[in-house]
Design a binder for this molecule. Structure first.
Ligand SMILES: Cc1cc2nc3c(=O)[nH]c(=O)nc-3n(C[C@H](O)[C@H](O)[C@H](O)COP(=O)(O)OP(=O)(O)OC[C@H]3O[C@@H](n4cnc5c(N)ncnc54)[C@H](O)[C@@H]3O)c2cc1C
Length: 482
């Protein structure tokens, strides 16, 4: 029997349900990846994300070739290309791991229907999450909207039905000493219409496994404090690996739970806090799959929230300053420049820049959501949309609309020495620590000494935070009483 494994966001060999099942059923297995032209043309994602994906595919191509398998690829309309390929190779069955984005669900439904009418068997698997939306419901059977309730049920389910890890299919275990399969050349990032950019997180399955081991041997044991400090390497930086499936989330949870047995009580708190983040990831996946309308708008009505600033030159000026990291708020600027240069931003700073865009600048959260999707290497509809809606107070479980991050206090608290700011905003590198968070407060003499003139070398604040906060809250009250 011949089976095609349609690879999508599962670019690995280990603990890979679709691949494992295909090897169990078929004597001939063909892995396939399709570059979706309409997605590439839409420019929803940017070069960091595409560079990461293509590099992961290159590694996977090599790993498969060493085991005698040639990864096949096509480019075009995904539905048409998959159907054509399956017909060309006369496959009996097609295997894939499920995707929960509304567009992907619709695409998969069409492919499945067309294959079934042609007599080709389709097998789909849970892979991208530990538990799918249907597996974790409230007592009424409805999807859960509160994270705390979701988390409690997630853990109950984990203890009741811990998902096993799949071992590598026997036929994939050994590298072939004999010549192996011809290695097929993939399109380059440039062929796909994007630019190859240097990546701050190394792609590929091998690196994902290495980074997981490194993280579990060290930083996870101080995660509660370390995760808030953008100047240190205190988080796993596995997000693009989860995005493209170079690491299975089950593997990560099993490994983290494994460390609970060896660490002390304090470390237990840290390990559980890290697993919490993986559960947030699943929570947002189930929000997207249960309420697909969030992909195009707010989950909750915007009543009581100030209307965004009207379109016009003032909005354009403020938005451009935010995108380029020229707001005059060093922590915000450091975050945006880290994002623009590396395709990644620390989570604490993501929260600060999101609050700043929505509340200080009063710009629609969807503009921020789109910008992040285009810049992030880990750009993921469920996590990005969930977090932006959380920041905007329009999500299922959000921070309250009246809670506004103070970018100066956040900066003093989480980057006390200004090391993160100095790294990404070099014009502030020699500003003394007691001025680094609010350099506009430097006297002329201090500016001369630091070699940084405010308004020339580094911008004055584009808005006054205290005033912007009061305006936001007052406009919110008007909306409630209107
Ligand atoms: C405005 C905004 C937009 C975001 N957009 C994305 C996005 O497009 N893609 C993305 O993967 N994450 C997104 N996040 C969540 C989070 O910032 C990143 O997952 C995290 O910074 C990745 O770093 P890490 O792998 O070192 O995380 P760790 O701290 O090591 O956490 C482990 C894993 O848990 C998951 N995770 C952690 N925090 C969150 C969270 N708040 N929500 C959902 N999952 C989480 C990620 O998969 C992460 O790799 C966003 C957060 C904000 C505030």
């Amino acid at each position: 029997m011949r089976g095609v494994v349609w690879l999508r966001r599962d670019l690995r060999l280990q603990d890979q349900p679709a691949l494992t099942a295909a090897f169990a059923d078929c004597d001939d297995v063909i892995p396939l990846f399709v570059f979706d032209d309409s997605l590439l043309r839409a420019r929803q994602f940017g070069s960091p994300c595409v560079t990461f994906m293509v590099t992961c595919l290159a590694e996977l191509t090599g790993a498969l070739a060493a085991r005698g398998l040639a990864l096949q690829w096509r480019r075009g309309n995904q539905i048409e290309e998959v159907l054509r390929f399956v017909a060309d190779v006369k496959a009996d069955a097609v295997y894939w791991n499920r995707d929960y984005e509304p567009g992907a669900i619709e695409r998969d439904r069409k492919v499945q229907q067309a294959l079934m009418t042609r007599g080709v068997v389709v097998h789909t698997f849970k892979d991208h999450v530990v538990f799918e939306a249907e597996e974790i419901r409230g007592s009424t059977g409805d999807p859960l909207q509160r994270y705390s309730a979701y988390r409690a049920r997630w853990w109950t389910k984990w203890h009741a039905a811990t998902p096993p890890l799949l071992s590598l299919p026997v036929r994939l275990r050994a590298q072939r000493a004999d010549g192996s399969s011809p290695r097929i050349a993939l399109p380059t990032v440039e062929d796909l219409g994007y630019q190859t950019v240097p990546l701050s997180i190394t792609p590929g399955e091998k690196e994902a496994q290495r980074r997981l081991r490194w993280f579990l041997d060290g930083p996870i044991h101080t995660y509660v404090e370390g995760r808030n400090l953008p100047a240190i390497d205190g988080t796993s930086k596995l997000s693009p690996h989860f995005r493209f499936g170079t690491l299975s989330v089950r593997t990560a949870v099993h490994a983290a739970v494994g460390t609970l047995a060896t660490g002390g009580r304090r470390s237990r708190r840290d390990v559980l806090a890290w697993i919490d983040e993986l559960i947030w990831r699943e929570f947002f996946q189930q929000v997207l799959s249960s309420f697909p309308q969030v992909a195009s708008g707010p989950f909750r009505s915007k009543d009581g929230l100030p209307r965004p600033r009207p379109a016009g030159s003032e909005l354009n000026r403020l938005y451009a300053a935010w995108c380029e990291g020229r707001t005059g708020y060093p922590l915000v600027d450091a975050g945006m420049r880290q994002l623009n240069r590396t395709g990644w931003m620390h989570n604490r700073v993501r929260m600060v820049v999101a609050s700043f865009l929505i509340k200080d600048l009063r710009i629609d959260w969807q503009s921020g959501e789109r910008y992040f999707m285009r810049q992030l290497m880990d750009a993921d509809l469920a996590a990005n949309n969930g977090n932006w809606q959380w920041a905007a107070a329009t999500g299922t479980d959000s921070m309250p609309g009246y809670r506004i991050f103070n970018p100066l206090l956040q900066s003093r608290k989480f980057d006390p020495e200004g090391a993160y700011i100095r790294q990404w905003v070099p014009e502030l590198a020699t500003v003394p620590t007691d001025r680094i968070h609010a350099p506009h407060l430097m006297t002329c003499e201090e500016q001369a000494l630091a070699g940084c003139r405010i308004g020339t070398d580094y911008p004055s604040p584009i808005v006054d935070h205290r005033q912007a906060r009061e305006e936001y809250l007052a406009l919110g009250k008007q909306e409630v009483t209107a």
